[in-house]
Design a binder for this molecule. Structure first.
Ligand code: GDP
Length: 324
């Protein structure tokens, strides 16, 4: 059986593997920079192009470059070899947003509301989180408040079965807020530790959708006597900067507390994590790097920057991994 330690190492390997294409966008330009004799303007231009290529986004790229210039000047550094390490530190600082861990309430059930556009990986993220929580020994209940699509309920039912979680659902077309209400009631009477609520994400009827979400949010708050412990916005990393505009829409409607970033595997746009953290000031709480049951884990800024800018480039062997 895998030990916790080897589990962590496997996860780091999976994260590294998932970020392969994003890393490629950065590694070659950084390798070329390090070989230069001195730092001149073209160094910053090339770095900017590489960061944009990794989908870090214009505003965050410009901010990072400006911080890098400041640091180099203040520390009197003229060696290009220092750049990868400094860039890694600057990225880490942007990613370490307070409250990055999932909240667990002292008054069970802990309730997480999952919101996001259809297809981003909402249902499967709920399923994977349920698997993890069940393996940690918690009782979990899933609430199928996406009553708009019968397929969504069936998919959630399959995850409930797979993870050993309970499921509360209504008929297709039922009131999502009523599902949320029943889910919390059922969780209380069955002594469940966690309630994970799926919601609809059809953006074509945006106004209705947002009103519906607000109603679910209010009902949860009333029933629980506090707001949902987390409102997790699920974003698909392959959509890159589009994710930012989705986040703004959802954040306006309900108080998003964190991001679940899926499909980091196989995308060259993993740099979007930096844009999300910098521009939205929302912590990325979970990342998905595949379709396997254990491919969703807590986000670690340290592991992420190490996976993105390899130790070989920084020129030092990093020992601490601070992996979740
Ligand atoms: P929903 O419509 O938001 O509920 O999205 P689903 O949970 O149905 O996911 C849509 C598709 O994305 C499914 O085929 C999932 O298996 C896939 N998916 C979800 N998360 C990940 C991930 O981290 N990596 C990969 N490669 N696929 C994922």
């Amino acid at each position: 059986m895998a030990t916790a330690e080897s589990g962590k190492r496997n996860w780091f390997a999976r994260l590294r593997e998932g970020l392969e294409r994003t890393r490629q966008a950065l590694v070659q330009p950084l390798t070329d920079l390090v070989r230069r004799g001195r730092i001149d303007e073209s160094v910053f231009d090339e770095l900017e192009a590489a960061l944009l290529q990794a989908d870090v986004g214009l505003a965050t790229t410009e901010a990072l470059i400006s911080e890098l210039r400041d640091t180099l000047r203040k520390q009197g550094i003229s060696e290009p070899a220092a750049i990868p390490g400094l860039l890694r530190d600057l990225m880490r600082a942007r990613l370490e947003i307070p409250g990055g861990r999932l909240v667990r309430s002292e008054q069970p059930p802990t309730v997480y509301l999952f919101v996001g556009v259809n297809g981003t990986g909402k249902t499967s993220s709920i399923g994977k989180l349920a698997v993890n929580l069940r393996e940690e020994g918690f009782n979990v209940l899933l609430g199928a408040a996406d009553t708009f699509r019968a397929a969504a309920r069936e998919q959630l039912a399959a995850w409930a079965e797979r993870s050993g979680a309970d499921l509360v659902h209504h008929q297709e077309g039922g009131d999502p807020a009523a599902v949320a209400y029943d889910a919390i009631r059922a969780a209380r009477s069955r002594g469940a530790d966690y309630v994970l609520i799926d919601t609809a994400g059809r953006l074509q009827t945006r106004t209705n959708l947002m009103q519906e979400l607000q109603k679910v949010y209010r009902v949860v708050e009333r029933e629980l006597g506090r707001p949902a412990d987390e409102v997790l916005l699920v974003l698909d990393a392959t959509t890159g900067q589009n994710g930012l505009s989705q986040a703004r829409v959802f954040r306006e409607a309900v108080g998003v507390t964190g991001i679940v970033l899926t499909k980091l595997d196989g995308t060259a746009k993993g740099g979007v994590v930096l844009a999300i953290a910098s521009e939205l000031k929302l912590p990325v709480k979970l990342v998905g790097v595949g379709e396997g049951l254990h491919d969703l884990r807590p986000f670690s800024a340290e592991a992420f920057v190490q996976a993105l800018i390899p130790d070989e480039l920084v020129g030092e062997k990093t020992v601490s991994m601070n992996d979740p």
